[in-house]
Design a protein around this ligand. Structure first.
Ligand SMILES: Cc1cc2nc3c(=O)[nH]c(=O)nc-3n(C[C@H](O)[C@H](O)[C@H](O)COP(=O)(O)O)c2cc1C
Length: 175
């Protein structure tokens, strides 16, 4: 099973990238790639630019990464209740490459934030929207209060949250 994982953030110290990497490492995968959205810089989506210049190479390359995967793990940064701009922009460009960019893929959707809601608002947006792009959402998980509940060396610290998380990983692996 090939896994592609990324944090939907462009922060160099993204907690969602860290969480996505942790999640991906819990699977018995034959191939794992953790992507950094900073490696796929894109202009702000514009209909005029698309008409005049076509699709940017990075949108096509990112779409290829999704295509090559069996399981896609995304951990969403929440900005004012919604996607971080870098993700929305990428999503819009990639939707012009292929509207059904998640067709035939299993998705494990995550969010984390320093606050007690853990970015559940943005996760709900993705859960509502992604099936329209072909996604089969295998499972979802929100980690609240990242700095209290997570360590880079030990992963999820809270026993109950860790058990719930691993239940979801095991469920996805059994599908
Ligand atoms: C512009 C902006 C808006 C934010 N809005 C929210 C929010 O709506 N909910 C939330 O839980 N955290 C919010 N935060 C805090 C983020 O959760 C925090 O910056 C987190 O580290 C983002 O994830 P990342 O490190 O993966 O980029 C916001 C941060 C910024 C900079």
């Amino acid at each position: 099973m090939k896994i592609v994982a990324f944090g939907a953030s462009n922060s160099k110290k993204s907690i969602n990238k860290e969480f996505a990497r942790f999640a991906a490492n819990q699977f018995n995968s034959t191939a794992l790639e953790v992507l950094d959205l900073n490696d796929y810089p894109l202009p702000i989506y514009s209909v005029d630019m698309e008409t005049e210049e076509g699709l940017p190479e990075n949108a096509v390359l990112f779409h290829q990464k999704l295509e090559e995967s069996d399981l896609i793990i995304i951990s969403f940064a929440e900005h004012n209740g919604s996607y971080a701009v870098v993700f929305k922009n990428l999503f819009d460009w990639v939707s012009r490459v292929n509207l059904k960019m998640f067709e035939g893929k299993k998705l494990f959707l995550l969010s984390t934030a320093p606050g007690p809601r853990g970015g559940v608002g943005v996760l709900e947006h993705a859960i509502d929207r992604f099936p329209r792009h072909g996604a089969v959402i295998s499972s979802v998980f929100t980690l609240p209060q990242y700095h209290q509940n997570f360590s880079e060396t030990d992963g999820i610290l809270d026993e109950e949250l860790r058990a719930k998380f691993m239940e979801k990983v095991n469920l996805i692996e059994s599908i």
